[in-house]
Design a protein around this ligand. Structure first.
Ligand SMILES: O=CC(=O)O
Length: 332
């Protein structure tokens, strides 16, 4: 009996043994199409019986990087599962997948600790304006002109999007004496909220000293932080983002940093990464990282194993372990 065909779009760097072990239940292929055109041809040829795809977050130019309506039209009708490596899956058009009967999984949980660590680093770095101090030292100016900054202790942290990363951040922030409030579409159970207060979106904006972006990017959250939202915030607020760049209107943030309305920001993600708004680069107070939230050996391996477990479950049990929330109601 022929085994179901699984296609890897991207690469596996850590869980190679676990990937190879999948060959006990599947025929494994690695996408070697060098252009998008060649990939479309291969989808009608050597990949025409693929049942599940292991999908990585790749440069937009790479074949298969974006699973949009156009690519979904070209994907074989045998395809039933897309198992994405990453918590954020904004490069996959989930509604179009649903219409085609394709289920999508991501890697929640695996990313939480590492991303929350980076998030906490950005909060501390922004509150303490460490980028300015570090730049000053490298310029040979020691601490001359480095202003006093602010403690985390007693500050109100407003988490927008209290999923796994938001909750892991709350635990870390508690250790620094911060008081957490959050906004989600729905309040969490008391156990999951673990003492964090549920507030409306506007209340979170108006009463937080630090606002942390921990929500997925979709049509509802794109530019959720814009000029109007920033106007509702406290003067001198801190904004940090480890989620996705486009949840913030970057131009509005740059303007607010220039006016002092936003005292400082800590950003791991950008609206058009890897391009960064020159107003962010020029502002030495702002702490910037090149999208490294999950970039540790341990976490990347956990993420790869999570994807492989989803592929295995898809192939052997026709269901995904981590189906994305949009599909949870009709997934088996
Ligand atoms: O950006 C990282 C992820 O989506 O996991």
């Amino acid at each position: 009996m022929t085994k179901p065909h699984v296609l890897l779009l991207g690469e596996i760097l850590h869980a190679t043994a676990e990937w190879e072990a999948l060959s006990d239940v599947a025929t494994l292929s690695v996408c070697d199409s060098s252009t998008k055109e060649e990939f479309i041809k291969d989808l009608a040829g050597k990949f025409s019986d693929v049942v599940a795809v292991y999908h990585c977050h790749m440069d937009d130019a790479k074949p298969g990087a974006n699973i949009n309506k156009e690519l979904l039209e070209a994907l074989p009708t045998s395809l039933k599962f897309i198992c994405h490596h990453g918590a954020g899956y904004d490069m996959i058009d989930v509604n179009a997948c649903t219409r085609k009967g394709v289920l999508v999984s991501n890697t929640p949980g695996a990313v939480d600790g590492a991303t929350a660590d980076v998030n906490m680093f950005l909060i501390l770095g922004a509150l303490r304006e460490f980028n300015l101090a570090m730049t000053n030292l490298r310029k040979g100016n020691w601490n001359v002109g480095v202003p006093l900054s602010h403690d985390p202790e007693g500050k109100v942290l407003g988490i927008l999007g209290m999923g796994g990363i938001g909750r892991a951040l709350k635990r870390r922030a508690k250790g620094f004496g911060m008081i957490t409030q959050y906004h989600n579409r729905k309040p969490l159970s008391e156990e999951m909220a673990a003492g964090a207060k549920y507030v409306s979106f506007d209340e979170l904006l108006a009463t937080s000293d630090v606002i942390s972006m921990n929500l997925p990017l979709n049509a509802h959250t794109r530019h959720i932080i814009n000029k109007e939202a920033i106007a509702k915030m406290k003067d001198g607020v801190i904004i940090v983002n480890t989620a996705r760049g486009p949840v913030i209107d970057e131009q509005a943030l740059v303007d607010a940093l220039e006016s002092g309305k936003v005292r400082c920001a800590g950003l791991d993600v950008f609206e058009a990464e890897p391009k960064i708004h020159p107003g962010l680069i020029a502002n030495e107070k702002v702490i910037l990282l090149p999208h490294v939230g999950t970039a540790t050996y341990e976490t990347r391996k956990k993420m790869e194993i999570t994807v492989i477990n989803n592929v295995r479950s898809a192939i052997t049990g026709a269901k995904l372990l981590n189906v994305v929330p949009e599909q949870i109601h009709f997934a088996p």
